[in-house]
Design a protein around this ligand. Structure first.
Ligand SMILES: NC(=O)c1ccc[n+]([C@@H]2O[C@H](COP(=O)([O-])OP(=O)(O)OC[C@H]3O[C@@H](n4cnc5c(N)ncnc54)[C@H](OP(=O)(O)O)[C@@H]3O)[C@@H](O)[C@H]2O)c1
Length: 290
């Protein structure tokens, strides 16, 4: 089976390529090799490439920049995925396209299921939702996987920024009134192959590690794991910030965007592991060696 991964230079795309390499024939395109905002070249390049599964982990992910560069956000996050799905149809290939918990408005206080109404409150969320719809309008055998708070070794994310700050500063804070679930790229890579077959599970699927937390709890757990692993960090506790303190953010973010993985468990018989376990695994594996 030949897998083509777009977004090869990103946090998720790079992890998928690294982890799939042992079992599959994998080819990756990074931003420089294939620009999703140039639909002509996307058609040309991918038309000339053979693959059975196309995994799209490329996106314009800067949530604030999407507000001011709406056209670009919609071209990359909405139009391009639709074109990718059409190309897959021509090749009898399956598209697995990644989307986000930011398609929800965050008003709910229980995990969002795939049947819940999406109602994005940012240009990023709007563009990603339009991308989901374009993919599934081209063919309902394609799969849209919504993930949340992605972390992993291939590109720094929130958890790495917190650890870095805690190694430099005596005091750190993080937002204490915004809830979702960290999700490890390694766990996404492990579960994804179950869906490579074109006949298996099209539509929307939520995947995240289990449980929920605020950014403050997430950062606190990261510091606790560092200490347990003998990695030196200065502050003992993480202070609380309010979402309303983030006055430099242009885009609105959902206050609550926990994704229910009940459908994933129903389809596969597996449950994702707890986010605390996944974060601890990441820190012992990738920080202990540094
Ligand atoms: N990170 C999260 O917390 C999170 C949460 C929910 C959902 N997601 C979704 O998960 C997927 C993977 O995200 P990630 O965390 O891996 O983000 P990432 O590290 O920002 O990776 C996205 C990749 O897309 C590339 N890209 C941007 N514009 C492009 C274009 N015009 N053509 C081709 N490639 C382009 C970027 O390249 P450059 O850096 O060179 O521009 C980057 O390598 C995305 O669909 C994202 O929406 C992420």
């Amino acid at each position: 089976m030949k897998i083509l991964v777009l977004g090869a230079g990103g946090r998720l795309g790079a992890a998928l390529i690294r982890e799939f390499r042992a079992k599959y024939e994998v080819v990756g395109f990074n931003h420089a090799q294939l620009d999703l905002s140039n639909l002509e070249s996307v058609r040309e390049e991918l038309g000339a490439t053979t693959f059975d599964v196309l995994v799209n982990a490329a996106a314009f992910t800067n949530v604030d920049a999407c507000e001011t560069e709406r056209d670009r956000a919609f071209r990359i996050n909405a139009e391009a995925p639709g074109v990718l799905a059409e190309i897959c149809n021509e090749k009898d290939a399956k598209l697995i396209h990644f989307s986000t918990d930011y398609v929800f408005d965050g008003q709910k206080r229980a995990p969002y299921t795939e049947d819940d109404q999406a109602n994005p409150i940012s240009a990023y969320g709007e563009s990603k939702l339009a991308g989901e719809r374009n993919v599934l309008a081209a063919g309902d055998e394609h799969l849209v996987v919504r993930v949340s708070w992605v972390f992993g070794p291939d590109r720094p994310s929130f958890v790495d920024a917190m650890i870095k700050r805690a190694q430099q500063d005596e005091k750190i804070d993080a937002i204490s009134d915004k809830f979702s679930t960290p999700t490890y790229t390694h766990d996404i890579a492990n579960m994804l192959p179950q869906f490579f077959d074109r006949g298996v599970a099209g539509g929307v699927l939520h995947f995240a590690n289990a449980g929920k937390c605020t950014w403050q709890e997430y950062a606190q757990w990261a510091l606790d794991c560092c200490r347990d692993a003998g990695i030196s960090v200065k502050p003992g506790t993480v202070g609380a910030l309010k979402l309303s303190d983030m006055t430099n953010w242009t885009a609105r973010r959902p206050v609550y965007s926990v994704l229910s993985t009940a459908k994933y468990t129903e389809l596969t018989g597996n449950a994702p592991r707890a986010w605390r376990e996944a974060v601890a695994d990441y820190i012992t594996r990738f920080y202990s060696k540094k």
